[in-house]
Design a protein around this ligand. Structure first.
Ligand code: ZN
Ligand code: ZN
Length: 204
């Protein structure tokens, strides 16, 4: 990697950290995953109105996906599949091309040392040395993720996904209890009334 490219990557990564609001291992992983998925998608990333991102769990890494790929919750082209797995996918719904990454790096990762040093560093009695030791450890682990071979972090593969759920027309309807409007297909039948999710959980 040339010096100039390394600097550009550093700048890009700090932009991702700034967007996320914290410097952590998972944002570094999300950055690496985004780069790999976008590279594999190639020209299929060009027409963003056809591109969707799928994430298995709501983690720090998802912010890297949002910042790097431009797929966001607000644009409805970021889908939380809620499998609870460290899986990230990009799909072009028009061409059908889709790439999947599973981050196996965490399967055997030992979080204990970092967690213990974080606890010490954030305690009211923490000394400047303890704080410095924690940030040095965090930084070395983040750097490790940033320079690791992709194969050491995640497994990449092409997959076939069911066509992404085109964002349906937003039809809203009043809840039979509170009267507030909600997306119609999210109202639930209860005792002959259609209730919003908030009223359903309040009456449970
Ligand atoms: Zn984070
Ligand atoms: Zn309601």
């Amino acid at each position: 990697m040339s010096e100039a490219i390394a600097d550009a990557a550093k700048k890009e990564f700090s932009g991702v950290v700034g967007f996320h609001g914290c410097y952590c291992l998972d944002i570094a992983m999300g950055y690496r995953v985004s780069k790999a998925l976008m590279r594999e998608m190639g020209d299929d990333m060009k027409n963003m109105k056809d591109v969707y991102a799928y994430v298995g769990a709501p983690t720090c890494a998802v912010d890297a996906i949002q910042k790097m790929t431009g797929c966001t919750l607000g644009k409805r082209n970021l889908v939380l599949t809620n499998t609870g797995k460290s899986v990230f996918m990009m799909q072009n719904a028009k061409t059908g091309k889709a790439v999947r990454a599973y981050c196996h790096y965490w399967d055997h990762f030992d979080h204990v040392q970092l967690r213990e040093q974080r606890k010490v560093a954030y305690a009211p009695s923490a000394t400047p040395e303890q704080k410095a030791a924690f940030s040095a450890l965090l930084d070395s682990q983040v750097q490790e993720i940033l320079v690791a071979d992709e194969a050491a972090l995640f497994k990449l593969g092409f997959v076939t996904l069911v066509p992404s759920p085109r964002s349906s027309k937003y039809v809203s309807e009043a809840c039979g209890v509170c009267g507030e409007f909600a997306k119609a297909d999210l109202l639930q039948d209860k005792d002959g009334k259609k209730l919003c999710a908030e009223c359903v959980s309040a009456s449970a």
